[in-house]
Design a protein around this ligand. Structure first.
Ligand code: NAD
Length: 260
């Protein structure tokens, strides 16, 4: 179990990250939540983890687009709980537009949050993991780390980057009992997916039902959304002793999407 371990999950005030944080806490880890949102809702999520799972939970408001805040978040977690043993780089945003209209600032923001934040968080957390001789790094990639879709240039580039960063870190840390893997979900029903429906409607001139059937689930042969709990269960498995020889992999959970 993860009793006496500490897990830091970036982008865990919502969706997949919150699901992963709750799964790790259920297994005994103290957790550091991070992300944006309404203060009362974040505090409710934090307090629920403590009362439901009997662990400690701390919230960091660090902005994953700011390298200095990422370093401070990791150091604060180490001071508060004594270690960061599990790092889940999960924060991510999406923006849907043709390349020629894609705002440069959006490109930079997506690369910063979806890719560079994982590099800076690893840089801050690896020394402690090495010193203690154990660590688990799980990166939330995407089916878009393996294949592309039109109008998602920055996201697809960042996710392909996460897959490469994962492999590189796995090789660097292979003899330190630190594994590094990424999970590549297909479409998971979360606020991120829901929020991109209007933009996709606009970009492709489709109705909401058409976006769901012809764009989202078109790619997914099972015709079902992946659930947050399924992704969280895989992340928890990657943190177990049974997964100690799984490193540098990119594990798909996409209803068959990337088999096509
Ligand atoms: P979500 O919008 O529900 O959650 C995103 C989280 O990231 C939130 O907690 C948000 O506050 C946080 N966040 C955003 N910008 C941040 C910033 N600058 N600093 C700190 N936190 C920030 O979305 P989700 O679907 O749960 O996405 C989580 C991850 O899963 C992302 O990396 C996403 O790319 C990936 N993913 C999602 C799907 C899907 O279908 N939902 C599929 C594949 C991959």
């Amino acid at each position: 179990t993860l009793i006496s371990r500490t897990a830091l999950v970036t982008g865990s005030t919502s969706g997949i990250g919150l699901g992963i944080a709750r799964a790790l806490a259920r297994d005994g880890a103290n957790v550091v939540l991070n992300g944006f949102g309404e203060a009362d809702a974040i505090e409710a999520a934090r307090a629920a983890i403590e009362s439901e799972f009997g662990v400690r939970a701390h919230y960091s408001a660090a902005d994953m687009s700011k390298p200095s805040e990422i370093g401070d978040m990791v150091r604060e977690a180490e001071e508060k709980f004594g270690s960061v043993d599990v790092l889940v780089n999960n924060a991510g945003i999406q923006f849907v537009s043709a390349i020629e209209e894609f705002p440069g600032a959006k490109w930079e923001q997506i690369i910063a949050i979806n890719l560079s934040s994982a590099f800076y968080a690893m840089q801050a957390a690896i020394p402690g993991m090495k010193a203690r001789g154990w660590g688990r790094i799980v990166n939330t990639a995407s089916a878009h780390s393996l294949v592309a879709s039109p109008y998602k240039s920055a996201y697809v580039a960042a996710k392909h980057g996460i897959a490469g960063l994962t492999k590189t870190a796995a090789l660097e840390l292979a003899t330190h009992k630190i594994t590094v893997n990424c999970i590549s979900p297909g479409y998971v029903w979360t606020p991120l997916v829901e929020a991109q429906i209007p933009d996709t409607m606009k970009a492709r001139g489709l109705s909401k039902e058409q976006v769901i059937d012809e764009v989202l689930l078109k790619a997914q042969p099972t015709k079902e959304f992946v659930t947050v709990d399924q992704v969280a269960a895989l992340a928890l498995f990657l943190c177990s002793d049974a997964a100690s020889q799984i490193t540098g992999t990119n594990i798909s959970m996409d209803g068959g999407w990337t088999a096509q």
